[in-house]
Design a protein around this ligand. Structure first.
Ligand SMILES: Nc1nc2c(ncn2[C@@H]2O[C@H](COP(=O)(O)OP(=O)(O)OP(=O)(O)O)[C@@H](O)[C@H]2O)c(=O)[nH]1
Length: 296
């Protein structure tokens, strides 16, 4: 029995986990097995994924379209052993992965590809596309999309929204585009994104070797003692100057019993309560991804 596969791609912080959670909690009755791949040493995404009727398999340390491709194969094989328990497989690729390559790696299992959905950050896309380090990856991701979700329209200025639309039209001219806040895409659009008439992975781009593990560096900031809000602000200033994306949990001195979630995309960061520590020893662990390493 084979299960339809959806690959969620898109650059670091574009909203893939947010969209995945919508897929998992949507009122569509499908039981979804999930494979998530975080680039850094912590699989923060796995801890942010909503409760759902399927399984979540987390793959860390490497990008699943290149070095960790074997991990994907093992994860898919594990899911297929219990295929009767699921209706669908969703893979959230890391933010630096080429989702078309992830879909191609999964093709060995003869899973029907339901769609490659690529998220784009309406606020940051123009800058990411113009950046000499990130531009190629962002363009390749868009070219591989069956459906583009232009997300974070609430944060984007009218100029960056217009520039984002133009970039998508250039790199993914055949793909339908849906503009969203907080990846609010209806289930009817989420499933069945792959249509024979729309864009498909760019064969030339897929043939090129990728080595994202060499191009990007991930660093882990760890602190056992609780950190004050002022210390977090100072850390955020440093991280946002050096890292494209950072996320992790924070032990906040001002609110020691609550676990806090640090999320940073580009220069924008948030710190929000995220459950309690429970049996886990409170500590701060933030993984950052950038072109250069960040040390605490
Ligand atoms: N304001 C705003 N924030 C958003 C929106 N979508 C997602 N976010 C926030 O942006 C941050 C990154 O979202 P994620 O869904 O984790 O992004 P991601 O693509 O999974 O990130 P990586 O896996 O690290 O590449 C989180 O803090 C989200 O809550 C949106 O439309 N508007």
């Amino acid at each position: 029995m084979s299960l339809p596969l959806t690959v969620l791609g898109g650059y670091l912080g574009a909203g893939k986990t947010t969209l995945l959670n919508r897929m998992l909690t949507g009122d569509h009755g499908r039981r979804i097995a999930v494979i998530v791949n975080d680039f850094g040493a912590l699989n923060v995404d796995a801890s942010l994924i909503a409760d759902h009727a399927g399984d979540t398999i987390a793959l860390t340390n490497g990008c699943i379209c290149c070095s960790a491709a074997d991990g994907t194969a093992t994860a898919i094989a594990r899911i297929l052993k219990r295929a009767a328990d699921f209706d669908h497989i969703a893979i959230e690729a890391s933010g630096v992965a080429e989702p078309g390559k992830v879909a191609r790696n999964a093709a060995a299992f003869r899973l029907p590809l339901d769609g490659v959905i690529v998220l784009a950050d309406a606020e940051q896309l123009p800058e990411q596309a113009a950046n000499r380090y990130t531009g190629r990856a962002v363009a390749a991701q868009l070219r591989q999309a069956d459906l583009v979700v232009l997300n974070k329209t609430d944060l984007a200025s009218s100029d960056s929204l217009a520039a984002s639309r133009a970039l998508i039209a250039r790199h993914a001219p055949a793909a339908p585009v849906i503009e969203t806040r907080h990846a609010d895409v209806p289930a009817s659009v989420l499933f069945g994104a792959h249509d024979a008439d729309v864009g498909r992975p760019d064969a030339e781009a897929l043939a090129q070797p990728a080595d994202h593990d060499a191009a990007y560096k991930s660093a882990l900031f760890e602190r056992a003692e609780p950190m004050s809000r002022a210390e977090i602000e100072a850390l955020a200033a440093k991280l946002s100057a050096q890292a494209i994306r950072a996320k992790g949990h924070v032990s906040l001195a001002e609110d020691p019993s609550a676990r806090h979630l640090y999320q940073q995309v580009g220069r924008r960061w948030t710190l929000t309560p995220n459950g309690r520590w429970g049996a886990t020893t409170p500590s701060t662990r933030i993984v950052s991804i950038g072109i250069s390493q960040v040390r605490g």
